[in-house]
Design a protein. Structure first.
Length: 336
């Protein structure tokens, strides 16, 4: 090989070597080594809220119990994003030592409700016995105090933000009981709450709905009471749907009466052509199928479609119990 060729080969080797070294450097830049747990814990004390929140999130992903004391401390952070990430992280780590601090956040009536929600979700994943009573207390407060003070009954029966929060805590309580193996004592406690007429009706009705969702037939009397007396359309709708699933034919007269219920949901907007087609198809309908009873109203260039949720659920329940029901316009008829 002559000198010229040797120089070319050497140049190529050097070029490839340099490219390899540089590419390794770039790879390290693009994929930096993971931070240690101690580094992330230290970042929880950063003066930058975003860094504290990201550190809490990463510690939750690592699920290392070494981080629990510092994450508990982060539950008192002044920034909502940090507190929220700390709640989520503790829910993922599932350390029993975090339960008292999470319960404290849940019970604090001055706390932002999103933090209460995140704390409740973290507690549900832990399944400690004290979680049941913390969630019950929260649900009672939402049913008894906040709704009464902030949201008088709505003329159109729309679900208010606070009713949404109440429903969220009820769902979490149900999920907690569902995922707990030894839940008979919880069923007993819920039964005592629903039957205690000294407690607020809204709270008793929520408890009965939870029992009904868990297929507890002793909820039937209170579900009937709810269907007849509750001022909240969403509670009546849930009760109407559950009474059919629980299979007691004695509830039929109450469901038949509920076919006249005027509760309309908030509804959704549809385009003009869709709305006009729905109006066309929403005329008197017979036959064996139960169709949804709706009100379709024009709103500018669109239409708002709202459903009569209680009467719809009552019709489905009656159908499930063996009674033939057909829709006629916005109402239902019993077929003998």
């Amino acid at each position: 090989m002559n000198k010229k060729k040797k120089n070319m080969v050497l140049l190529l080797v050097l070029s490839f070597s340099l490219f390899y070294i540089l590419s390794m450097g770039w790879a390290e830049t693009e994929n930096p080594p993971k931070k240690s747990i101690s580094q992330l814990i230290n970042e929880l004390k950063s003066d930058k809220a975003q860094q504290r929140a990201l550190a809490a999130r990463e510690l939750g992903e690592r699920k290392d119990k070494e981080a629990v004391p510092c994450l508990i401390e982060s539950l008192k952070d002044k920034e909502l994003s940090v507190k929220s990430e700390a709640c989520v992280a503790l829910g993922k780590i599932k350390d029993i030592n975090a339960v008292p601090a999470l319960v404290e956040r849940l019970k604090d009536n001055e706390e932002n409700w999103t933090i209460q929600e995140k704390a409740a979700e973290a507690l549900v994943s832990n399944r400690a016995p004290e979680v049941f009573y913390a969630l019950i207390d929260r649900l009672k407060y939402e049913s008894e105090v906040k709704i009464k003070q902030l949201n008088p009954p709505h003329k159109d029966n729309h679900i208010s933000p606070d009713e949404y929060i109440e429903r969220k805590f009820a769902d979490m309580l149900k999920n907690f009981i569902e995922t707990t193996k030894e839940n008979e004592s919880y069923f007993t406690s819920l039964s005592d709450y629903q039957d205690n007429k000294d407690l607020p009706k809204a709270f008793r009705y929520r408890v009965a709905i939870i029992l009904g969702q868990l297929n507890q037939k002793n909820a039937v009397p209170v579900l009937i009471e709810c269907l007849k007396e509750s001022e909240k359309g969403d509670l009546r709708a849930l009760s109407a749907g559950l009474l059919g699933k629980l299979g007691d034919k004695k509830v039929m007269p109450y469901l038949i009466e509920a076919l006249k219920d005027d509760y309309l949901n908030l509804g959704e907007k549809v385009s003009k052509d869709v709305g006009e087609e729905m109006i066309k198809n929403n005329q008197t309908i017979g036959g064996k199928t139960i169709f949804s009873a709706m009100k379709i109203e024009q709103d500018g260039d669109c239409y708002v479609v709202r459903s009569y949720v209680v009467r719809n659920n009552a019709a489905v329940s009656l159908h499930d119990l063996g009674l033939k029901v057909v829709r006629k316009g916005d109402t239902y008829e019993i077929v003998e």
